[in-house]
Design a protein around this ligand. Structure first.
Ligand code: GLC
Length: 752
């Protein structure tokens, strides 16, 4: 900026300060014309009249302790709001409750800066949609964006400004309970879904009244915790970090995500909340992220447990310097930063930088224009649990279901069977369908599987239920035999097994991801009755089902599908919807096979059953039970005529690939056509295949469609030995199909 310009800028700010401080009684920022005409100047002017304590107050987020024994905390918090010591809350919601606090902030504090209200709106507000891992299996980006949009409309109607979603952590270890919150193991699909959810939550214009600040979390590589044990150490190569875990965050930043949340874990010795290299050099300087970074719950304080900070002050200093702007509930910024600034141990510029980001987020929502725009009681009464949202929930849920096995063509069942045995306590469970992070979801809103089944069958069909097992899957005394006797008497059996919601999500890692309790023994007992039997899985992670899958002919993966679970399951079971879901995370055969994922390396001794000395196990097949991208339909699709429009392409060129997909069966359906590429020889080892494109197509019986993909050089790039992004000439393999394991192939050459 030229010297003259700098002088003018300083004069302008000074004049603004004089204007604001002499002609503007404090707390009346809202009609300041500056905020519309020149937001940056408005924020600079506001910062210039804030005390250091008020700036630090903006960096402080407290939790609203609903479960507190009494509400004495309210008096304390209200005073802190008046004193400008709290900038945001998480956990409080409802127009009435949030408006009360906002009024105190706006009308009773010195400057009247509005509060932000945040909440974990992970997969719905009151209309709870399928858990994110389930939604991902739809591969339907448009509907995924719609459910995020619907969640934003509902949550903003209840006074919420900011959601701590989307969780974009790539996860390859199903023991990790939080795998349920993300999109699975693939960075390409994870990136597309991250962008879709950011757009859904934030809408087109952040200052509309129904938009949420989105928050891509947990930055980063949280899904790489050793042993799948939550909060554990992450120790990965830079190449894995940049090629597997970072892409979805980069996609979220490109999609305009307003906020990022740090991860609890360290990476190779540096805890994320003290990781200036990733939080500032990569996230801000390389990617250009200009939003705000919020810590995870007490994660700044936890720098002491990590052993990189001797005391709270050191922890606060590390976090602020690394680039963490808001301290979630540890209170360290509030208590330690003033003294650190006064002692000259941290510069006030760092405080200004963080406070500016917070004020910009509030300005982006339009809160300096109208701090009560999210507190409209009519919206709260009209927008929540709408018929439209319930239909969307059912549509998303059906598309999230994955048909894993139907070898005897038992599915779909007829609606007019004389009798159906419905076995398994999860079939009447109205809590678990809400899944992990159910927010303010209400169990009374949930259609259980029993209700869905009973609602779908003919009046003459008798549906008899037997719980058989308790909430942890253990046999209710004597009920396995009763269940077996019931199955014997019925025309068909539907057996619901899997995990209650509390077995996945945060702090819910499982060392053994088999069916819980006695459920395996139950299914093995029931299949012996040789009756048409459908196994329905309700779970928040891949399960190790080797024995079960061997002995069961029909398996439907239904995850935790939200309030419309029962209806969606019935739609698929009775053929009102032809299942189209595809797994976005690999199912191992046994625990010992973990981690197993599709985009693995070839190794120097790739598995070869005919050669003893190759990479495999001696006790189980090395292949997964169900691979990434896998999912059956009631019809079958064939792939033919895979063509590249030329045999080779030059760098900075592109190449068109086409394939003919045909519906060979009696059912119309949706097929997710998947494109994988392999760089056969490069300066570093490359995965045996990587997802680089997909298309959801609809085909009527006997219909055939040509599907095309454009290959561009960026799809062929990787990080070389110097960690420089590069594209190298050579041969590439193209795989296209309805699963990562069921493809047809072609090759092309990339020329210099
Ligand atoms: C939790 C989670 C994070 C969540 C936050 C606020 O510990 O790690 O995903 O958004 O706290 O609830």
């Amino acid at each position: 900026m030229s010297k003259m310009l700098k002088i003018c800028k300083s004069w302008f700010i000074c004049l603004s300060i004089i204007f604001l401080t002499t002609f503007y009684p404090y707390g009346k920022l809202y009609s300041d014309p500056l905020q519309e005409s020149n937001p940056d100047h408005f924020i600079d002017s506001l910062l210039s009249i804030m005390t250091i304590e008020e700036k630090i107050g903006q960096l402080n987020m407290f939790h609203w302790p609903w479960s507190a024994q009494d509400d004495s905390f309210k008096t304390v918090y209200e005073k802190m709001i008046r004193d400008g010591k709290i900038g945001s809350f998480l956990g409080i919601y409802g127009v009435k409750n949030t408006k009360e606090l906002q009024k105190i902030a706006v009308e009773e504090s010195r400057l009247g800066i509005p509060l932000l209200f945040a909440f974990d709106v992970i997969h719905g507000w009151r209309t709870i949609f399928p858990v994110p891992l389930a939604e991902a299996c739809s591969w339907d980006l448009e509907t995924i964006e719609k459910t995020a949009r619907a969640a934003a409309v509902e949550a903003t109607s209840s006074g919420i400004h900011w959601t701590f979603a989307p969780m974009v952590d790539i996860a390859r270890d199903p023991r990790w309970g939080r795998i349920v919150e993300g999109s699975g193991e693939d960075p390409f699909l994870g990136s597309m879904i991250a962008a879709a959810r950011v757009k859904g939550f934030q809408g087109d214009k952040l200052d509309d009244e129904n938009t949420l600040l989105a928050c891509a979390k947990h930055f980063t590589a949280y899904g790489g915790v050793e042993g799948g044990r939550d909060y554990n150490t992450v120790d990965i190569s830079d190449r894995t970090l940049f090629e597997v875990y970072l892409p979805p965050f980069h996609a979220a930043v490109k999609a305009g995500v307003a906020t990022i949340m740090g991860a609890f874990n360290e990476i190779a010795g540096v805890p994320m909340h003290a990781n200036e290299q990733l939080l500032t050099s990569v996230l801000r300087n390389q990617w250009g992220f200009n939003g705000l970074v919020v810590s995870d719950w007490t994660a700044i304080k936890e720098l002491q447990s990590h052993g990189v900070a001797a005391d709270p002050a050191a922890a606060g200093m590390l976090a602020l310097r690394a680039g963490v702007d808001i301290d979630m509930v540890s209170g360290i910024y509030l208590t330690e930063l003033p003294a650190l600034v006064k002692a000259g141990k941290i510069s006030e510029d760092l405080i200004n930088q963080a406070a500016r980001r917070v004020l910009k987020a509030k300005h982006a929502l339009g809160l300096f224009n109208d701090p009560f725009k999210y507190h409209n009681i009519q919206r709260e009464q009209n927008n929540i649990l709408s018929a439209e949202n319930l239909q969307l929930a059912r549509d998303m849920a059906r598309k999230s279901i994955v048909l894993l096995k139907n070898s005897a063509n038992i599915l779909p069942l007829k609606k007019n069977l004389k009798s159906i045995a419905l076995i398994g306590g999860l079939a009447t469970d109205q809590v678990s369908p809400l899944g992990a992070w159910a927010g303010i979801g209400d169990t009374h809103d949930v259609i259980s599987i029993l209700e869905g089944i009973r609602g779908a069958v003919s009046p003459k069909t008798k549906v008899s239920f037997q719980a058989a097992y308790d909430s942890n899957g253990f046999e209710n005394y004597g009920e396995f035999q009763k269940a077996s006797d019931l199955v014997k008497k019925c025309d068909a059996a539907i057996v619901v097994l899997g995990e209650p919601a509390q077995m996945s999500g945060e702090a819910a890692s499982r060392a053994d991801i088999g069916l819980p309790g006695d459920q395996t023994r139950l299914i093995r007992m029931l299949v012996k009755n040789n009756k048409p039997l459908v196994l329905i899985l309700m779970n928040g992670r891949p399960l190790a089902l080797d024995e079960v899958a061997e002995e069961t002919s029909t398996i439907l993966e239904t995850w935790h599908l939200g309030v419309q679970m029962g209806n969606a399951v019935a739609d698929v079971v009775f053929g009102d919807y032809n299942p189209s879901g595809k797994l976005t995370v690999t199912f191992p055969r046994t625990n010992g096979q973990i981690p197993v994922y599709y985009n693995h390396k070839n190794t120097g001794r790739p598995p070869d059953f005919s050669d003893h000395y190759t990479s495999k196990y001696i006790d189980i097949p090395w292949t997964p039970l169900y691979p990434f991208g896998y999912g059956l339909s009631y019809t079958t699709y064939s792939y033919n005529d895979l063509k590249c429009d030329r045999r080779s392409m030059i760098i900075n060129d592109s190449l068109l690939i086409s394939v003919q997909v045909t519906n060979n069966g009696p059912w119309e359906g949706e097929e997710i056509v998947q494109l994988y590429l392999q760089d056969e020889v490069a300066s570093v080892t490359r995965p045996v295949k990587e997802l680089k494109g997909f298309k959801r197509i609809h085909l009527k019986p006997a219909e055939s469609q040509k599907v095309e993909f454009l290959i561009t050089p960026d799809m062929l790039s990787f990080y070389d030995q110097r960690m420089m992004k590069t594209v190298e000439p050579g041969k590439f393999k193209v795989f296209i199909g309805g699963s990562s394991e069921n493809t047809i192939e072609q090759t092309f050459e990339l020329m210099q």
